[in-house]
Design a protein around this ligand. Structure first.
Ligand SMILES: Cc1cc2nc3c(=O)[nH]c(=O)nc-3n(C[C@H](O)[C@H](O)[C@H](O)COP(=O)(O)OP(=O)(O)OC[C@H]3O[C@@H](n4cnc5c(N)ncnc54)[C@H](O)[C@@H]3O)c2cc1C
Length: 497
């Protein structure tokens, strides 16, 4: 595009607050989509309420599938120069017993040769990155600030602006705070299309759906100094002796620990000493011994911070000038660290669908609606896997009933037998084939049932245990029924609706 056109469009944005696209929220999704559309030559206004570096406990582990999408968006450099730490997979510790599940080996075409069973020994492996969320978001914002087709403004969007004679959205009304007086003044920004990515506590969600996020637990966070992880370079998931705990390095000296605390558990009730009591007496003792001293020190020194762990299945939208995306309309439990991977893949896919060659005018509602319809179904190739895995693994790992316990045992044994490339390729956002998830889901269920059967019939004195076989068969039916009741509605909602 000629320099004078770029300059004219910049003036149009700065003087008249008009662009092809208005993006609300310069977080993970907002920066990614703003940058991708600007790269295609669109003129973009990016609005963010707080431009200072975010200080949050979310979005600190980016899966390999997220790194791949980030590179496709032209933003791969944003994980450099922020003291990010390479992550090679997971170390799952179940009742003190560890099993390492590295990200899978890949073939030359980017496929996972052992996705159905086993694990490759040799070959290239993709890796993830751990980092401080704020540093990463600052890098994304710098990329947007430096783009000639983007103008970034610090202002808070408060409502959509509609035409007088139609419900077509023309842009947003905002409040801009004067830094000297702190006085807020109204402002307006207009675009052919408004893309809202205002995060988990979205103000704009109600414009497109009546659904509300469901949260049954919170993550409480501490930042550990120089923690000694049993398997450096791996994210750690600790299960079995407490509610699930995550540990991953986010800087040379810093490790994030996230403790899942379900709502209303007696161990964390105010009368029992609150969440601090649960952490000190139940969760920290479940950590690997080498990590406990730094966790106790952080518990003493730091203020506990928390975030709700929400599930919000995706929404079908028929945009008339505005679409709401990112966490605002789709969330999953953060146990598997999948949110940013979903967001970057969504941004890359949406940008492809809105490319000027395909969708010449963003003012064409029919064309934008067709793009959104395609996005809704095509993104299921990865979201059905990442969202279902997050919810299903949380249900298993936080389980308190005997059937889910049996399935959890099956899951751990599955990994212990070395069937890790498929599961970790899905967790890493590298495998985009929901049928692989269905295959591993039923394999784990049947392994759990078989192990429970063996445990039951071998638990009696001598050969008499075999008399318990009918009981074991009833248990098998109950376990399978439980698996279906808990997981099939989830698979149906995320995969087919
Ligand atoms: C405890 C926890 C841990 C997590 N850990 C991980 C992890 O390790 N890996 C991972 O991939 N995902 C993780 N996630 C999920 C991940 O953080 C989100 O999926 C991701 O941040 C969503 O991006 P977003 O752009 O939709 O929202 P956000 O990143 O929250 O961005 C929203 C932006 O919009 C701005 N904004 C909000 N309202 C307005 C307004 N009215 N006007 C202007 N601007 C506005 C906000 O200031 C913010 O900058 C975690 C989530 C939780 C709860």
């Amino acid at each position: 595009m000629a320099t004078d056109t770029v300059e004219a469009r910049r003036l149009q944005r700065e003087t008249h607050h008009e662009a092809d696209v208005v993006v609300v929220g310069a977080g993970i999704f907002g920066c990614a989509i703003a940058y991708a559309l600007a790269q295609q030559g669109r003129s973009v206004l990016l609005l963010e309420r707080w431009m200072s570096e975010p200080d949050r406990i979310v979005g600190e582990l980016l899966q390999p599938g997220g790194i791949q999408a980030l590179k496709r968006l032209g933003l791969g450099h944003c994980v450099d120069g922020i003291d990010s730490i390479t992550c090679r997979g997971y170390n799952v510790i179940y009742q003190g017993r560890p099993v390492l599940i590295p990200y899978p080996t890949m073939d030359e075409r980017g496929g996972v040769p052992h996705q159905w069973s086993g694990a490759g020994k040799e070959g290239k492996r993709e890796t993830g990155k751990g980092f401080h969320h704020g540093r990463f978001v600052t890098r994304l914002r710098e990329a947007c600030l430096g783009h000639p087709n983007i103008t970034v403004r610090e202002t808070e969007a408060v409502r959509a602006v509609r035409g007088e004679h139609s419900d077509h959205v023309l842009g947003v009304e905002t409040r801009t705070t004067d830094p000297a007086t702190r006085k807020k003044t109204p402002d307006y920004f207009f675009g052919q299309l408004t893309i809202v990515a205002d995060g988990y506590d979205s103000k704009f969600r109600k414009e497109v759906t009546a659904d509300k996020p469901v949260a049954r637990s919170k993550f409480f966070a501490l930042e550990l100094r120089d923690a000694r992880l049993p398997a450096p370079g791996y994210g750690h998931v600790i299960i079995g002796d407490a509610y699930p705990i995550l540990l991953y390095q986010i800087g040379t000296h810093e490790t994030r620990v996230l403790f899942d605390v379900p709502h209303n558990i007696p161990e964390a009730a105010p009368a029992a000493g609150g969440v601090k009591n649960y952490l000190a007496n139940h969760a920290i003792p479940a950590l690997p011994e080498s990590v406990r001293p730094s966790a106790l020190a952080a518990l003493e020194a730091e203020k506990l911070r928390s975030m709700p762990n929400s599930w919000l299945p995706p929404t079908r939208q028929v945009p008339r000038g505005m679409v709401v995306l990112g966490d605002a309309t789709n969330m999953r439990h953060p146990l598997t660290g999948a949110g940013m991977t979903v967001a970057f893949n969504d941004a890359a896919l949406l940008a492809d669908l809105l490319h000027p060659d395909r969708t010449p005018s963003l003012a064409d509602d029919g064309a934008v609606q067709a793009a959104l319809r395609t996005l809704y179904w095509r993104r299921k190739n990865y979201t059905a896997i990442l969202n279902v895995l997050a919810q299903a693994l949380y249900a298993l790992f936080a389980a308190s009933d005997p059937q889910l316990h049996a399935l959890r045992m099956g899951c751990f044994e599955y990994f212990r037998r070395g069937i890790t490339d498929g599961p970790c390729g899905m967790l890493g956002g590298i495998i985009h084939r929901p049928v692989v998830l269905a295959y591993h889901f039923f394999s784990v269920a049947f392994l759990g049932i078989w192990m429970h059967f063996l445990e039951t019939v071998t638990s009696g004195p001598g050969p008499l245990g075999i008399l318990k076989a009918p009981l074991a068969v009833i248990d098998a039916v109950l376990i399978l029924a439980k698996a279906c009741v808990v997981f099939l509605p989830l698979i149906w909602r995320e995969g087919f609706r």
